[in-house]
Design a binder for this molecule. Structure first.
Ligand SMILES: [Zn+2]
Length: 241
């Protein structure tokens, strides 16, 4: 499902088939992750089809769990992961994609200035406040927190994301709001809570949430459920009307 705003900005969080018996070597259908074990030509085919259907070029990130925010334009569009970053912002007529399989995909837009952003927020990115840094970049480009809307997509939830003691203590010392418990009673992290905290701290109050859990949903890839999985995407599209 794609949701459109009045200014020609659209966003969606893709779903997919993940049953190994059905998808075979593709790992998921579709699978947008070039860094998965799926044959490259299968992922490229899914990426080409996406861009053809959108009618605008897509910017794909080489995501490295950093806090790198890049402002991009048409020259960064490609079917490859052509820019190393974990957040991209643009005012150009392109689509921005963030690839995920448990991490939180966050889409941002500001209709008043025609600015869009896509953020990859996993545990490491949340610890580094990647979402706040992306919002800050938008503000530096003339956006206003009053006009920014954030869509927070499906990710592994706090009841499923079990972590060891070292990871738990490091994360919670940096970001106390991540502290959680699995449904089976062990230490876990709620990375979505960190994303929401960043948005709150920045003053972004227009927040749309898709709170499906990737680990619990058969229609979403989850690295924790199956490390040999594909990638779904969060996608935000800027159409200059
Ligand atoms: Zn869950």
């Amino acid at each position: 499902m794609t949701t459109a705003t009045t200014a020609g900005i659209q966003y969606r969080f893709t779903r997919c088939v993940t049953d190994p018996a059905v998808v075979g070597e593709a790992l998921s259908k579709p699978n947008y992750g070039l860094n998965t074990d799926a044959p490259r030509e299968i992922v490229m085919s899914d990426r080409h089809e996406l861009a053809d259907n959108l009618g605008v070029p897509v910017v794909w990130m080489r995501q490295i769990h950093s806090d790198i925010v890049e402002v991009v334009d048409e020259t960064h569009s490609s079917h490859e992961n052509s820019i190393t970053a974990d957040a991209v912002i643009t005012r150009s007529p392109v689509a921005l994609a963030v690839q995920v399989a448990d991490c939180v995909p966050v889409l941002l837009w500001d209709e008043a200035t025609g600015t869009i952003g896509a953020v990859h927020a996993g545990r490491a990115g949340v610890e580094k406040a990647i979402v706040a840094k992306a919002v800050s970049t938008m503000l530096s480009m003339g956006c206003s927190t009053r006009d920014i809307v954030a869509a927070v997509g499906p990710s592994i939830c706090g009841r499923c994301y079990e972590v060891g003691d070292d990871v738990f203590e490091t994360a919670v010392s940096k970001r106390p709001e991540l502290e959680s418990r699995t449904s089976w009673g062990t230490r876990s992290l709620d990375i979505r809570a960190g994303v929401l905290k960043d948005l709150e701290t920045c003053g972004v109050t227009n927040v749309i949430q898709d709170d499906r859990c990737t680990f619990e949903s058969a229609h979403l890839n989850s690295y924790r459920r199956n490390p040999r999985c594909g990638r779904q995407i969060g996608l935000v599209v800027n159409r200059k009307l």
